[in-house]
Design a protein around this ligand. Structure first.
Ligand code: SF4
Length: 394
């Protein structure tokens, strides 16, 4: 079969598509980048984190069905009616088969390693658990074997991803153990590094910082699914933490991993009932205004977020939040996103400037540029090989 893939959404979706492409190639299917009239099947891996994201996926699916009537369009990922791929593609080999990385390597410079799926959270705005089901983790030994495959196939950066990564648990070990084991993998004498996907505050703790502190080849970049920094809003969202806990984690992280640690956050603006005061609390928390990092206020935290994904709240039918009163006008939601993004752009520039004159290490991508460990993008030195890790003065 000739199979094309269209992927929306997060790194987890990306990792799943790359895995399936490698399996399909190993099974002798022809994996193509774009569908054509000769294509037998198109796998669309969708995202429903917002209403708009779902609409975009459904538009694409309708377009593909109209444009390629002979191709079987298969929906996967976080979409209603997502189909079981293996049944449709039929001849996908068993998980033990060595995946064929050729297509993989031709199309990605960093390896996306899916280690966990599903979520036990019940966040009031979120529809993901309805699509992804309860939490489950890839076996510890399978994950290490896959990572060795990636290293043996020339990858130097492995991005660890999951639906709720911090819930990883296998063979009695959690995410910190996995991060340490991945960092300690040896692939002849070629170095590699590990980057963490987004983690849920309140679940990631000091043990994760222990693992990061002990391994210099774990990128100094922590991206938190924060959503808000106002305890009143966090409670309405049914998030399992208070902002004081997050402040303490961030302050420990900066103290232990150093001032070059890049903190990132996902934030929802305009959640039902979010007041101007709540929004200001989130804004100042992200900006690193000295923040009480202990209940008795004896310790203040000094950190700021140099990376931000801000989203306007989006009603998802079937979620508790969609039934909530105190809806915030869309214009206000968008304005709050605009304000946070402007602040974040200024902080990102300041963070980048602070790296000036210092040694950075990037993973070189197709366009001759790449991300540093702190997730700042730099052009690669001339002649740097794609997928390699190169160090130079910023
Ligand atoms: S932790 Fe909450 S926001 Fe994240 S996937 Fe689970 S339910 Fe959704």
């Amino acid at each position: 079969m000739t199979i094309a893939f269209v992927t929306f959404g997060c790194r987890l979706n990306r990792a799943e598509t790359l895995d399936l492409q490698a399996k399909c190639a190993a099974a002798g299917h022809e994996v193509v980048a774009e569908p054509t009239a000769e294509t037998d099947a198109v796998v669309v891996r969708g995202c429903s984190v917002t209403a708009r994201a779902q609409r975009d996926c459904e538009k694409k699916i309708a377009h593909l069905r109209a444009r390629f009537p002979n191709a079987r369009v298969i929906t996967a990922g976080c979409l209603p009616n997502a189909q079981k791929i293996d049944d449709l593609l039929g001849t996908v080999p068993n998980p033990g088969t060595v995946p064929d990385f050729e297509f993989h390597a031709a199309n990605t410079s960093r390896a996306y390693l899916k280690v966990q799926d599903g979520c036990s959270g019940r966040c009031a705005f979120c529809i993901v658990p309805q699509f992804r089901g309860p939490p489950r983790s890839e076996p510890f030994s399978t994950v290490l074997a896959r990572a060795r495959d990636f290293l043996a196939n020339g990858y130097r950066e492995i991005v660890v991803t999951g639906c709720n990564l911090a819930l990883y648990r296998s063979e009695g070990r959690g995410l910190p153990d996995l991060v340490s084991a991945l960092a300690e993998l040896r692939n002849s004498d070629v170095s590699h590094r590990i980057r963490l996907g987004s983690v849920e505050p309140g679940i990631c703790d000091a043990a994760l910082l222990d693992a990061m502190e002990a391994h210099q080849n774990v990128c100094r970049h922590v991206h938190l699914s924060l959503q808000s920094a106002a305890d009143r809003v966090l409670a309405r969202m049914n998030r399992p933490y208070k902002i004081g806990q997050v402040a303490a984690f961030c302050s420990d992280a900066v103290r232990r991993l150093g001032p070059r640690l890049a903190l990132g956050a996902d934030v929802i603006c305009g959640f039902p009932g979010e007041t101007e005061e709540d929004f200001s609390a989130t804004r100042s928390f992200l900006g690193g205004i000295r923040f009480p990092a202990s209940n008795d206020g004896s310790r203040t935290a000094d950190f700021s977020f140099s990376h931000l994904h801000a989203f306007p709240y989006s009603e998802r039918p079937g979620t508790p939040a969609a039934e909530m009163a105190d809806s915030i006008p869309r214009a206000v939601r968008l304005e709050r996103v605009r304000i946070l993004e402007k602040d974040a752009a200024e902080r990102a520039e300041a963070f980048r400037a602070r790296l000036g004159g210092q040694e950075v290490e990037i993973c070189v991508e197709r366009d001759g540029a790449g991300y540093s460990g702190e997730y700042v993008r730099f052009p690669a030195p001339p002649g740097a090989e794609r997928r390699s890790l190169v160090r130079f003065k910023a």
